[in-house]
Design a protein around this ligand. Structure first.
Ligand SMILES: [Zn+2]
Length: 165
């Protein structure tokens, strides 16, 4: 999730360089599903990915979907590391497999500041995607990454965590 840690500090962040605004609820753009990225990646895609990673870190998020900064490209980024030095890029991601077992947990969202939602989700998901080097990837995500992946997949499909309640 692109996450709760952000709000207390958000209004105090002073940023001198250009930073795309986070699209916030109830902006209808967030409810519009994103579109498959036309490969191979071009310079615009690379710039977008760079902006997304920067926007995620600036706002203390651990994930961010492209439509949260106003792009319709089907891309999300995630970094669940403590050091915040391991951004992962997911292009045209698809959930291929999910656990039958589910868990409810609280989620926050950079697009819905001040709101928390209890969301029930499968405890693991198998995800297929294209990485920033254009290579096809597949991995099963568990625990927090599984939740972030599903939260960001919802964004890409035009759905928000606060709509689960
Ligand atoms: Zn979110």
């Amino acid at each position: 999730m692109d996450l709760w840690i952000c709000w207390p500090t958000n209004s105090n962040v002073i940023c001198n360089k250009f930073m795309p605004d986070i699209v916030k609820y109830p902006d209808k753009f967030l409810y519009k599903p994103t579109e498959e990225v036309w490969l191979p990646l071009n310079e615009d895609h690379r710039t977008l990915i760079k902006d997304m990673i920067e926007a995620m870190y600036t706002n203390n998020g651990i994930g961010l979907a492209a439509n949260q900064i106003g792009s319709f490209e089907k891309i999300f980024v995630m970094d669940v590391s403590n050091e915040k030095n391991n951004p992962q890029v997911f292009i045209n991601p698809t959930i291929k497999k999910e656990a039958k077992e589910k868990l409810t947990d609280e989620e926050g969202c950079l697009s819905c500041p001040g709101k928390l939602a209890n969301v029930i989700r499968p405890i693991y998901v198998g995800l297929e995607w294209i990485c920033q080097h254009g290579k096809a990837q597949y991995k099963t995500f568990y625990h927090l990454p599984a939740r972030v992946v599903q939260h960001e997949m919802d964004h890409l499909n035009g759905k928000l965590c606060i709509d689960y309640v």
